[in-house]
Design a binder for this molecule. Structure first.
Ligand code: CA
Length: 318
């Protein structure tokens, strides 16, 4: 049986790659996509999700819109230089028109209803700010024991932040939501900046996808051209950690993880920072016994992940 997942996302160039990999993977059954603010505004997130399910021939997958701002913080400024003002590399005009509509149910309620209808079977895959997941956990705490796991993109164990010196962007954008999710008690796997730095995408990756020539590769080509500009501007290839969160669900054997206590800072300059306790005491006494443990993804065989995604894009429609 394929693994049932709900993707909670702010698409987003690396979200795009993650969502297409999920839709192309027989190992996964995408029960829905919930959307959140983040890389751009909520409306863009929702429209991009709707475009992608249409492009992948899966307009049956429900898209539920959620939070447009963090729990406590002021509305966030989006990142148009990284994802384009539209969250799609400023390529909206060249992408398929938005046909479908979000369902008439808020993201948190969709998550609650879906988990309650599939107890013990659903993995939540948040790859944006974790606001919707925190809201769902607060509205209906009964889901916490019924969620199989939360496999998220966010945080950083050993490599510092990106949105700030200490904070990775998803957690930095709503640190209070992150704290709720990390302390909830469900199993958590964290694909953060550590593994993001272990595989980066250069122009050769974009070129390889661009020549495939089907609706999904054509969509990705338009969006990834914006990333090409970023690579040239910064002189560096770029990470795609959202893709790694979904990749972990499809092929966990190509990832290296380590289990560590982990908590989230919410205030001041460290807001959104994930603090891991890496002391090895041989027991719990020397470690943070009251802090929940998280499975932190530290490394990936990037060549194999790239091959997996490219092969599945090539197989689309065949
Ligand atoms: Ca994202």
């Amino acid at each position: 049986m394929p693994q049932k997942i709900i993707i909670d996302s702010d698409p987003g160039i690396d979200d795009m790659q993650a969502i297409f990999l999920a839709l192309l993977s027989p190992e996964l059954d995408v029960l829905g996509i919930t959307t959140v603010f983040g890389n751009s505004g909520l409306e863009n997130s929702t429209n991009n999700a709707l475009r992608m399910i249409e492009t992948a021939g899966r307009p049956d997958i429900p898209v539920a819109a959620g939070a447009s701002r963090p729990l406590l913080l002021s509305p966030r400024v989006s990142s148009p230089t990284i994802h384009g003002a539209d969250g799609a590399g400023n390529a909206s005009d060249r992408l398929p028109a938005v046909k479908g509509k979000a369902i008439d149910k808020l993201a948190a309620n969709f998550i609650i209803d879906t988990v309650m209808a599939n107890p013990g079977e659903v993995i939540l895959v948040p790859i944006g700010p974790i606001t919707n997941i925190a809201l769902a956990a607060r509205l209906q705490p009964a889901i916490i024991d019924k969620v199989k796991a939360v496999v998220l993109m966010g945080g950083s164990a050993f490599v510092g932040g990106n949105a700030s010196a200490a904070g990775e962007a998803n957690l930095h954008n709503d640190p209070h939501a992150a704290k709720i999710v990390f302390e909830a008690g469900w199993p958590i796997v964290m694909a953060g900046l550590d593994v993001s730095h272990r595989w980066r995408q250069g122009e050769d990756y974009i070129d390889e996808i661009a020549v495939i020539g089907n609706p999904i590769s054509d969509y990705m080509k338009e969006v990834l051209e914006f990333r090409r500009e970023g690579i040239r501007r910064t002189g560096k290839p770029m990470g795609a950690p959202d893709l790694q969160a979904v990749g972990y669900l499809v092929a966990p054997e190509i990832f290296t993880t380590r289990r560590m206590p982990c908590y989230v800072e919410t205030e001041g300059l460290s807001a959104g920072m994930t603090v891991v306790d890496q002391r090895d005491s041989g027991g719990v006494e020397g470690r943070s016994a009251t802090v929940p443990e998280v499975e932190v993804i530290l490394d990936v065989d990037g060549d194999r992940l790239r091959r997996l995604l490219v092969d599945r894009i090539k197989a689309f429609g065949k």
